[in-house]
Ligand binder design. Structure first.
Ligand SMILES: [Zn+2]
Length: 102
């Protein structure tokens, strides 16, 4: 899952992404994308590749992907671990949480 958060934008700023690009990226802040391709499509709508040198654009994309990846994987509903913070139990099918966190 890909999502830009306030923290992602702060990290991008620390990595040298200019204000103008950060402001444009802010338009897709807090939106979640399941696929990298969907995310990149959204990024290209707010930061247009044709306005940059290819190497410069590649550098931005690499940084954006790096900082848009959440550290914690969010499992889809009906599958995987309980979504309660710090819980490692398996979720009840269809619930997203384990028995103790329902
Ligand atoms: Zn749990």
């Amino acid at each position: 899952m890909y999502k830009l958060t306030d923290k992602s934008l702060e990290n991008l700023q620390n990595d040298g992404v200019p204000f103008n690009e950060l402001r444009n990226l802010g338009r897709i802040k807090d939106k979640s994308f399941d696929q990298e391709s969907e995310f990149l499509h959204a990024v290209k709508n707010v930061i247009r590749p044709e306005e940059y040198e290819p190497e410069e654009y590649d550098r931005y994309i690499r940084l954006i992907l790096k900082h848009a990846k959440p550290l914690k994987i969010e499992y889809p509903r009906d599958f995987g671990k309980c979504r309660a913070e710090g819980c490692n139990m398996y979720a009840v099918p269809g619930e997203g949480y384990c028995y103790t966190h329902l």
